[in-house]
Design a protein around this ligand. Structure first.
Ligand code: 13P
Length: 341
């Protein structure tokens, strides 16, 4: 497990989150004017996973329950296709959020019931890591202590079960960027949430060396009138993490959370320009990796090669950000597929 956690944050690589639930995938496909059907979702995921040379910049892919069971047109199971690309297959195991009783506007993540059995099945299908996302809304009087504690407790119980099954847990507490809050307020809440999470992980005997953290970057709310520069965001993010994330954690893989693809990359680059930290600072992007792919594909097979090139390009730029060598000028430079493809 420790080796898997380290491989997921290997230099120059990061994780592709392709674990959109069926309703979320329907939204993504609707945005390019497509109806979401099982064959279309399968075709789209096949495009992602068979992109030539994807293993150069992508260490792992997070799958959804439907996706881990699907196969390529040639009949190869998706986890096997990823393995052949040198990519580690992972699986989202939470069951989404549900309203927290007695706390209007707050949610807790479901999915602990039957998790041990599901993990056994996913492991037998080739999954080597798992993901569980907790969602924290920031607003007037929110988050409450009850909400933070309920979510931290569920994350710890999930992580312990995942390690019991021999997989690496990605622990994802996301403080949403919805709202008009300041960067400072996001920093305070992010620290509070991470503190509660690491307390619970310790209490539940989770081995930190065999886990990864997937947090939000520290950002002003998207409706905040005050914008923040990339360096300011990088500094606030690293300072918040340093306060609470133990050095035993091998890597921190940021979610993109609604930032544009270029913003997410530029900020990851700024984070990696800061003085060296105890953990690898990498990415586990969903939208920030897939938005350009969907734009290029638009549901048309004739665009498959262009869409795969868009994925490779975005992944390469994020790989560059890991080495603090991203430049906005690189956005315009075509990336040659690696010769090994
Ligand atoms: P985004 O990068 O689109 O936020 O998705 C990452 C993810 O896995 C959210 O759970």
């Amino acid at each position: 497990m420790i080796g898997t956690a380290q491989a997921l944050v290997a230099p120059g690589k990061g994780i592709l989150a392709a674990d959109e639930s069926t309703p979320t995938m329907a939204k993504r496909l609707a945005a390019i004017g497509m109806e979401s059907t099982e064959p279309r979702r399968r075709a789209y995921r096949e495009l992602l996973f068979t992109a030539p040379g994807i293993g150069e910049f992508i260490s792992g892919v997070i799958l959804f329950d439907e996706t881990i069971r699907q196969r390529t047109t040639d009949g190869v199971p998706f986890p096997e296709v990823l393995r052949r690309q040198g990519v580690i297959p992972g699986i989202k195991v939470d069951a989404g959020t549900t309203p927290l009783a007695a706390f209007p506007g707050e949610v807790v993540t479901a999915g602990l019931d039957g998790l041990r059995e599901r993990l056994g099945e996913y492991a037998s299908m080739g999954a080597r890591f798992a993901k569980w996302r907790a969602v924290i809304h920031l607003g007037e009087g929110r988050p409450t202590t009850a909400c933070v504690e309920a979510n931290a407790h569920a994350l710890a119980r999930y992580a312990a079960l995942v390690q019991e099954a021999g997989l690496v847990p990605i622990v994802e507490p996301e403080v949403l960027m919805d709202g008009a809050h300041s960067l400072e307020r996001c920093a305070v809440v992010t620290v509070e949430v991470l503190r509660a999470v690491y307390e619970q992980l310790a209490r539940h005997r989770v081995v930190l060396e065999a886990s990864l953290l997937k947090p939000n970057m520290v950002l002003p709310g998207q409706d905040s009138p005050v914008r923040a520069g990339d360096d300011e965001i990088a500094e606030a993010t690293v300072m918040a993490l340093r306060e609470v994330v133990p050095a035993a954690v091998p890597g921190i893989v940021f979610l993109s959370g609604g930032q544009s693809d270029e913003e997410a990359t530029a900020r990851l680059d700024a984070i990696n320009r800061m003085p060296a930290q105890p953990w690898e600072l990498s990415f586990s992007f969903g939208r920030a990796l897939q938005a350009p792919v969907l734009r290029a594909w638009r549901g048309d097979d004739a665009n498959t090669v262009a869409a795969q090139a868009a994925l490779l390009h975005r992944a390469a730029l994020n790989g560059a950000a890991r080495r603090a060598s991203y430049r906005p000028e690189l956005e315009k430079v075509a990336v040659e597929p690696p010769a090994t493809s």
